[in-house]
Design a protein around this ligand. Sequence first.
Ligand code: GLU
Length: 271
Amino acid sequence: MPFISKRVLGAVVLALALPLAATACGGGSGGGDTIVIGTKFDQPGLGLKNPDGTMSGFDVDVAKYVAQQLGYSEDKIEWKESPSAQRETLIQNGQVEFIAATYSITDSRKEKISFAGPYLVTGQSLLVREDNTDITGEASLQNNKKLCSVSGSTPAQRIKDKYPGVQLQQYDTYSACVEALKNGAVDAVTTDEVILAGYAAQTPGAFKLVGGTFSEERYGIGLKKGDTELQKKINDAIVKMETDGAWKAAWDKNLGPAGLPAPTPPKIDQT
Ligand code: GLU
């Protein structure tokens, strides 16, 4: 076998290792001048990437506020799309510093990651076409109805556990579910009320929410498991945002148009 110099070998090892060094802070440049934040890109009112490339929504505003408190101005944020089923993995792999993406705090997720918050409490609901009359709540889905939700989400899991007979189709995103509802491929979409209200407001007259809310979803900010220092900083930022009026302003701006009055922010309990 031909002789390979230590230098060549070293260069090869370095070339292989470099891409792995690209972490959520500093983009691998060793700088630490940017921060990668995960959110949704297709949920109006919460996390939305607009056609002009800008980001908007309540989760986006919470994330921007937190980033600011951590020392990152808006232009230092790199947004990473974080579909429901990929969130824990993105955090565990260090591809994002934190995730604000309609992310419910649950015990099973806490086995893999940690949460700051909660910063919002909502509940699971149903979205149907405006002219629908026979879907009135979760139990009526058992009448041979096609229901859409998203893989890796708590609402999909809840339906599987409670109503195993319901024809549940799991897509990657809620916007794909809403598209399927629009064209008649499914009869209803289930997820959190705030998310569904955002879609309903986007296409006035097309859809309606039914069945009230039938779970408690407490939104937290996901971060690397056991990073108590970051967790505390984020908790402090959330409290500050709630106290100085920015939380309510963000709600009114993003979810007010969907007809939802601002609730009282929940007490932080993730420590
Ligand atoms: N809050 C629920 C969850 O974290 C549903 C919303 C979502 O999938 O992002 O699973």
